[in-house]
Design a protein around this ligand. Structure first.
Ligand code: T1G
Length: 701
């Protein structure tokens, strides 16, 4: 393990390199070593200037998020950076790549800043439910002004080098070799006797108290209700009103208020859960060329994700017209990404070049990975996999994008089930981050590892799951949707249900989601679902609307009406009448249903199904379930996912609610999962249960 900070002399310039793979996080060891280096160099008369640089591809990606749950250990970052800034000789920051959070704050504590072209400088603390706590709130405004500081810190979005220079955060580009450029500049500063330019000594830009109040009100209401965004604005307001050190002290107090919030704990849980262990990473086979079968919405979306992720794509569709339309979708999406600045122009043209169309299946014979995204019908998929099994290279991986069909049955048709996995992308596949990697009974570890690695490589959050109806996400969605459908029949209107769940934090209400996805899609699946529950109330309203051709947004009517200008959705009295008629026909009494019951039944149905999924080994951990629901279904990230949220509520309370629902609505749908009962009776939680399992597994290996 090399030293986390090293000093090299280049004449009168000392180069201090932070070397803490993989992203140079400011761990305790780094902070201590950095402080020691500053003290040493400040006292060394032979050193007339200093360069601070990160080893590898980036400067410093922030504080070490793993340390936040442990007691703070001196030296803390604000003190280290104050000492850096107080250094008596010029300190040049040589910035590159992700320069984030405490890393950006370290850059601001230096006296001068140059940057490579790939700089991504930002303050993503808000994404962890935190705020910049090491001087960013008092230094950034002095360089960039109040509005950019407010926007950067509440959005968490990094800026590139040009914007950083435009804001006055970076002084100059470093287009040659970064280290050499920085050393040369440091030497020049020293030779000219240029004094350190300390940001804390710069004058504050003019401000007015109303600026902060107005900015806070401009934030979405959901953000204003969280702990961090208002405290970020308050910390910046303090920077405008108080002397530097007092403002920094205020920011520190606000930082700890955020750190200790349930929301930040939930967001930090997700941060690590989304980077969870990649199973068998070493067994993954290289994938340079992938075949995608079917150029419809899903196929084109998958092709876009692969191509922009650097993988060659052969997009196959036997129908020339469909193929042309698919390729058109691919090209326009890539151009759109470039236009929005999500990818550079050269990355866009490279991605476009990577996608070739073909009509014949033979075109994928040499591919490393083939992803099938044809019509969601078992016979069609089995026919395709029978051909792929004979056609494709023996070491290739064959993946089906099915969202509900049995992966084992598809794999069996291939004649080489060990090479077959599910890769369940979520629509639109080039936008949604989640991919469920489905483990068939015979899926080999290399096949699963390869699919997982490809998903991660193209920027997806990949979770390996077992094979059952709906895998993890959609199986839980059926529990959540079942309860909302029952409550529709019991008298809760679509908008009342949606509003209650959006108030809870869901990105959209389930009825609005149905209208967006198309009610015909779920209706089609349920009609083919051999195991569909025989409860006549099960998805009765969704199916009835679909039977009437009310598919949702695409037909202008679904649960809501969409005729108004701008496509706003409006409640539809016809739907309320239809629901009442169906309820009468089914003999379901109508009543007033409050938000607490709406949220409790929908969310605890999720939790109960999740517990059953864990018992069956379909999901490897509660954190995997949280990742799936926060990245695929709009579960509020500040609640950490359904299982983390259940732990926060307390499993005894969750179980008590489920038992009340069973008493009111019948055991059939409200039998508590055995795991939930066990953990509730022990007054434990899913997180503790998982930690105990991981420890036991660690002992066993
Ligand atoms: N601390 C600890 N580990 C980190 C880390 C961090 N800040 N950032 C990344 N890692 C680990 C990650 O867990 C993974 O580990 C590996 O690095 C690669 O990450 C004081 C309070 C830098 C853009 O929020 O945005 O500073 O799985 O898979 O896709 O005011 O990581 O390999 O074992 O994401 O190339 C602020 C968070 C902290 C930055 C790279 N900083 N990180 O993305 O790789 S709070 C952040 C990222 C703070 C100050 C405040 C990304 C990345 P493993 P990865 P990537």
């Amino acid at each position: 393990m090399s030293a986390p900070v090293r000093i090299e002399r280049d004449g009168e310039v000392a180069v201090v390199t932070v070397d803490n793979p993989p992203v140079n996080a400011l761990s305790h060891a780094v902070r201590a070593a950095l402080l020691a280096a500053i003290e040493e160099l400040d006292a060394d008369a032979a050193v007339r200037a200093i360069v601070l640089i990160g080893a590898g591809r980036n400067f410093i990606a922030g504080a070490d998020v793993r340390e936040f749950d442990a007691p703070p250990r001196e030296p803390m970052l604000p003190g280290v950076l104050a000492r850096l800034e107080a250094c008596g000789k010029p300190v040049v920051a040589a910035l590159a790549g992700p320069t984030l959070g405490g890393g950006a704050e370290a850059a601001l504590a230096c006296h001068f800043r140059c940057a490579a072209a790939d700089l991504q400088l930002g303050f993503p603390e808000v994404n962890l439910g935190l705020l910049p706590g090491a001087g960013g709130t008092v230094r950034l405004p002095r360089l960039a002004g109040w509005q950019p500081a407010l926007e950067m810190m509440t959005s968490g979005k990094p800026v590139g080098r040009d914007a950083a220079i435009g804001h006055g955060i970076v002084d100059r580009p470093a287009d040659g070799e970064l280290r050499a450029t920085a050393v040369e500049w440091a030497r020049d500063l020293a030779s000219r006797g240029v004094a350190p330019r300390r940001v804390r000594e710069l004058p504050l830009p003019p401000s007015r108290p109303a600026l902060f109040e107005e900015f806070l009100l401009s934030l979405p209401e959901a953000a204003r209700r969280l702990p961090a965004p208002p405290r970020i604005v308050e910390a910046l307001a303090a920077a405008a009103m108080l002397p530097f050190d007092a403002a920094q002290a205020r920011a520190r107090t606000l930082f700890f208020e955020c750190l200790n919030s349930q929301e930040s704990r939930a967001l930090r849980h997700l941060f690590f859960a989304e980077r969870g262990a990649q199973p068998d990473r070493a067994l993954a086979r290289p994938v340079a060329q992938a075949g995608v079968l079917g150029s419809g919405t899903m196929g084109a979306g998958i092709a876009i994700a692969l191509a922009t992720g650097g993988i060659g794509v052969t997009l196959v569709d036997a129908k020339a017209e469909a193929l042309a339309a698919g390729l058109g979708r691919v090209h326009s999406a890539i151009e759109g990404a470039a236009r929005k600045g999500r990818i550079s122009a050269q990355a866009a043209s490279a991605a476009r070049e990577r996608v070739q169309g073909a009509a014949a299946l033979e075109a994928v014979a040499a591919c490393d990975l083939v992803i099938e995204a044809v019509y969601e019908n078992m016979a069609v998929k089995q026919e395709v996999f029978a051909k792929l099994g004979a056609l494709c290279r023996p070491d290739s991986v064959l993946a089906t994008n099915t969202s509900t069909l049995d992966v084992d049955a598809i794999a069996a048709a291939s004649g080489r089930a060990a090479d077959v996995v599910g890769m369940h992308f979520f629509s639109p596949a080039n936008v949604m981050r989640l991919v469920e990697i489905v483990r068939g009974r015979e899926s080999s570890r290399p096949a699963l590892a390869t699919a997982h690695a490809v998903a991660r490589r193209i920027g997806k959050v990949a979770v390996t799951v077992g094979n059952c109806f709906g895998f993890v996400g959609n199986r839980m969605l059926y529990a959540y949707g079942r309860e909302k459908e029952f409550m529709l029949l019991e008298g809760a209107t679509p908008e009342r249900i949606d509003r209650a769940l959006v108030e809870f934090g869901m990105a959209m209400g389930p009825n609005a989601v149905g209208d967006l996805a198309g009610l015909d899609v779920g209706w089609q699946v349920r009609r083919e679902w051999a195991g569909k529950p025989d409860d006549p109330r099960f998805y009765r309203i969704s199916d009835r609307l679909a039977e009437l051709g009310r598919y949702g947004q695409k037909t202008g009517r679904g649960f809501y009406r969409y005729g108004a200008p701008g496509g706003q959705r409006e409640p539809d009295p016809e739907v309320e009448m239809l629901i009442r008629d169906e309820a009468a026909r089914l003999g379901v009494a109508q009543r007033e249903i409050g938000d607490e019951e709406i949220v409790g039944r929908c969310i605890f149905a999720l939790v109960n199904e999740g517990a059953a999924i864990l018992e069956e080994g379909i999901a490897a951990s509660p954190a995997d379930i949280d990742v799936i629901w926060c990245n695929g279904y709009g579960f509020p990230r500040h609640r950490g996912g359904p299982m983390f949220h259940a732990d926060a509520v307390g499993l005894p309370k969750v179980l008590a609610a489920i038992r009340r629902f069973a008493a009111d609505h019948g055991e059939r749908w409200w039998t508590p999962a055995a795991l939930l009962v066990t953990l509730a009776e022990r007054e434990s939680g899913f997180g503790a249960w998982q930690a105990a399992r991981a420890e036991a597994a660690g002992r066993a290996t």
